[in-house]
Ligand binder design. Structure first.
Ligand code: GUN
Length: 292
């Protein structure tokens, strides 16, 4: 069997076009553009690329992004003060603080400061807790992006054995909650997991979000499995590589999301979706119409 490719780029482009049209229609009806505050701290090269992509995607969809590029020396208090100002600003619907933050800043304290109504990353404890309780508000971008991809290819996780590799707060944990909510049987593997191969071999749906190229040999893939590779590592030759041995896995899976061009573009599309949703559902009617 040779797997079909899950074209995340194409699916994301469709989602982004739908958002662009909705924003355009809303503007014609007298609403202002949705607005996202994007906060980038320091010089981390990967974070710079991610934030640049997110800002470009906003612009293409008609979403206003308000850029805050801060030095690596920014204090925790300065960042908390900025978030407080964004929380109170009626012209801002969403707030994105790119992670990781420099070591001297407590990420959890920062995430907790964001108004849950503007929490477009879905990382605030209230947002996360509501997802765990099956009453999601704004949903974590990468995880819900994967759910959308599965919907698009007609694969329902209900009753399926899903194995998630990586238990990070950004991807693994929220993805496990999303899959659980969708009715899957979920196994989460992490750095202390023993017998990784045994778990991977059982996966009808495998999602790997570790960031270790070659972590999953293609021979471990269960025949017919759906493989979603979320790992992304830049190699010394400049190419990007996922966690799963792509070519070998492709011979066994039914569907596979490649790196790059798989899950990554969906994260950005879902950020735009969350910003639009936050505008419509969490910003007052009056503030949605105020031009600045
Ligand atoms: N760093 C890596 N992925 C993400 C993400 O989805 N959101 C934020 N804020 N930071 C990240």
């Amino acid at each position: 069997m040779t797997a079909r490719l899950i074209d995340g780029k194409a699916i994301a482009a469709q989602v982004r076009e739908e958002i662009r049209r909705t924003v355009e229609e809303r503007r014609a009806a007298g609403f202002r553009a949705p607005a996202l505050a994007t906060v980038l701290i320091g010089e981390d090269a990967a974070s710079q690329v991610y934030v640049r992509n997110k800002r470009r995607a906003c612009a293409a969809a008609g979403i206003k992004s308000i850029h805050h590029d801060l030095s690596a020396e920014t204090s925790e208090q300065e960042l908390l003060t900025l978030i407080d100002a964004c929380n109170r600003d009626r012209a801002i619907d969403g707030i994105l603080v790119q992670l990781p933050l420099p070591d001297h800043i407590n990420s959890l304290k920062v995430i907790q400061k964001i108004d849950p109504g503007k929490d477009v990353d879905g990382f605030h404890p209230l947002t996360f807790g509501m997802l765990a309780l099956r009453s999601p508000r704004l949903r974590p971008c990468t995880a819900v992006g994967i759910i959308r991809m599965l919907e698009r290819i007609g694969v329902n996780p209900k009753g399926k054995h899903c194995v998630v590799l990586g238990a990070s707060n950004l991807v693994g944990r929220p993805l496990a909650l999303e899959l659980l909510m969708a009715g899957a049987t979920v196994t989460v593997c992490h750095r202390f997991t023993t017998h990784l191969e045994e778990h991977v071999r059982q996966a009808e749906i495998l999602a790997s979000a570790v960031g270790k190229p070659g972590l999953v040999p293609g021979a471990w893939i269960r025949p017919g499995a759906v493989v979603l590779d979320v790992g992304i590592t830049r190699m010394s030759d400049g190419t990007l590589r996922g966690d799963v041995e792509f070519e070998q896995a492709r011979e066994r899976a039914s569907w596979i999301a490649p790196v790059p061009g798989g899950v990554g573009p969906m994260t950005v599309a879902m950020l735009l979706q969350n910003t639009l949703d936050a505008t419509i559902h969490n910003t007052s009617q009056a503030a949605q119409r105020e031009e600045h």
